[in-house]
Design a protein around this ligand. Structure first.
Ligand SMILES: [Zn+2]
Length: 190
């Protein structure tokens, strides 16, 4: 039976690498994976999912108005080997789009694997992740470690001078700041 899976983590835990590996595994068995990523991510060119290990795959981009269910339904009608849907940057989904993913699973009977950040640099939830934590059949944490060796669960945003930034807009992808995944204790300390 198809299920909705949500793989969540802090930043730099290798989510895109794991997603691309899953796509590769399906392909090896002669099955196609439909890949989505957020249009908001302009770190590289839009329409591609990159892993820091060097792999990349083309992906369909979604903005907040995009209907993932309609797109998947059309794909299923024309591609009999479509076997799964993979969503990168799933934290940027709206609540409505999370519901569209549940419909891909329940009505189209296609498994959906969504990958996203649990929280932003302010320690606040993302809309997509909040609803995926509620509606997914299965939750899996992708673990990464803080510099102290504890599990990293928070994302610390630092500017060029290394100063911690704790407030502002939720999304800052194009700036010069960087993000460090840390444990709770080291998130609270400057
Ligand atoms: Zn730590």
């Amino acid at each position: 039976m198809a299920k909705l899976y949500f793989y969540y983590s802090a930043m730099n835990a290798g989510k895109s690498t794991i997603l691309l590996q899953a796509a590769h595994n399906y392909q090896e068995r002669g099955m196609d994976a439909l890949l989505f990523t957020a249009a908001i991510d302009n770190r590289y060119q839009t329409g591609k999912i990159y892993s820091r290990l060097g792999m990349s795959r083309d992906a369909v981009t979604f903005d907040t108005q995009f209907n993932l269910f309609d797109y998947a339904k059309n794909q299923q009608a024309t591609n009999s080997t479509l076997a799964c849907v993979l969503v990168d940057e799933a934290q940027f989904l709206t609540k409505e789009q999370v519901m569209q993913l549940t419909n891909i699973v329940d009505e189209l009977k296609i498994p959906v694997l969504a990958y996203g950040l649990r929280s932003d640099y302010r320690g606040e939830p993302f809309e997509g992740s909040s609803y995926l934590l509620i509606w997914a059949d299965q939750l899996t944490e992708i673990k990464t470690v803080c510099h102290c060796g504890r599990k990293a669960i928070m994302n610390k945003r630092v500017d060029e001078a290394g100063k911690v930034i704790r407030s502002g807009d939720q999304v800052h992808i194009a700036g010069n700041e960087s993000y460090i995944s840390v444990c709770r204790k080291h998130y609270k300390k400057d």
